[in-house]
Design a protein around this ligand. Structure first.
Ligand SMILES: CC(C)(COP(=O)(O)OP(=O)(O)OC[C@H]1O[C@@H](n2cnc3c(N)ncnc32)[C@H](O)[C@@H]1OP(=O)(O)O)[C@@H](O)C(=O)NCCC(=O)NCCS
Length: 194
C-alpha cells in the first residue's frame, strides 16, 4: 500500500509524520490546550504522558498498517496541533480529523493544514472521497470544513450519544469528492491556503 509523504507544507504550516520523538512537544501542546479540547475530544478528559506516548505508538503502528496517517501541525518547528487521515469510512474514502493549540487559532492554520492533507489524500490510490465528521455544536470545526469547500451530506445520531461535554449528539458529515477537489473554485480560503 503506497503511504503518503511524511512531510507536507501548506502556506504557513508544515506537517510532519508523528514520531515517538515528538512526545515532549505533543505533551506540552496538549496540556496547554486542555480547556479548549475537553468539550470536543473525549480523550482530553483523561490526559497524561502515558496516554500521549500510547497515541504516538498507535500512530506509528497505524501508519505502517495503512489504517491512518497522523501528522504534527508545526509552525517554525513548533508543534501547534494535530491532523490525521483515517481509513475508517469504507473503500475509497478517508476521514480527516484535526485540532490546534488555542494560541494558534483564528489565523487559518487548521484550514491550511487540512488543505495539504486533503490534497495528499486524493493522491493516494483509489481515494474518491474525503469526509469531515463533526458534532453539530462544534461550529469552529464545521467552519474549517466549509472553508475547504466540503459539502454537508448527512446528519446522524450515533447510538452512543454525545461522547464529550460540548457535543449535541448530532454528527454532521461533510464530504469532498475527488472531482469536486479538482474543479473547486479559485479564490476561496482553501485555495489561498493551498
Ligand atoms: C477546530 C479548530 C481546529 C478550528 O481552528 P480555527 O483556527 O478556527 O480554524 P482555521 O484555521 O480555519 O482558522 C479560521 C479563522 O482564521 C481566520 N483566517 C485568517 N486567515 C485565514 C486564511 N488565510 N484562511 C482561512 N481562515 C483565515 C478566519 O477568518 C477564521 O477566523 P474566525 O474564527 O474569527 O472566523 C479549533 O477550533 C480547535 O482546535 N478546536 C478544538 C478541537 C476540535 O474541535 N477539533 C475538531 C473536532 S471535529
Amino acid at each position: 500500500m503506497q503511504p503518503p509523504a511524511e512531510s507536507l507544507s501548506s502556506d504557513q504550516v508544515d506537517l510532519h509524520r508523528w514520531r515517538t520523538s515528538h512526545l515532549d512537544a505533543l505533551e506540552r501542546a496538549i496540556y496547554e490546550s486542555l480547556d479548549h479540547l475537553v468539550p470536543w475530544m473525549p480523550w482530553a478528559a483523561d490526559p497524561g504522558r502515558q496516554q500521549t506516548a500510547d497515541f504516538l505508538t498507535k500512530m506509528q503502528q497505524k501508519w505502517e498498517s495503512g489504517e491512518a496517517y497522523g501528522y504534527a501541525i508545526t509552525s517554525d518547528a513548533e508543534v501547534i496541533g494535530t491532523c490525521v487521515l483515517m481509513r475508517r469510512i469504507g473503500a475509497g474514502g478517508l476521514e480527516i480529523g484535526y485540532w490546534l493549540h488555542p494560541a494558534w487559532t483564528g489565523r487559518g492554520l487548521a484550514t491550511m493544514a487540512c488543505t495539504a492533507l486533503v490534497a495528499q489524500g486524493f493522491q493516494l490510490p483509489g481515494i474518491d472521497r474525503i469526509e469531515i465528521h463533526h458534532d453539530a455544536a462544534n461550529h469552529a470545526s464545521g467552519a474549517v470544513a466549509r472553508r475547504l469547500g466540503f459539502t454537508e451530506v448527512e446528519r446522524v445520531r450515533p447510538p452512543e450519544g454525545p461522547v464529550a461535554p460540548g457535543e449535541s449528539g448530532i454528527t454532521v458529515i461533510r464530504r469532498m469528492t475527488a472531482d469536486q477537489w479538482r474543479t473547486r473554485p479559485t479564490g476561496t480560503a482553501a485555495r489561498r491556503a493551498g
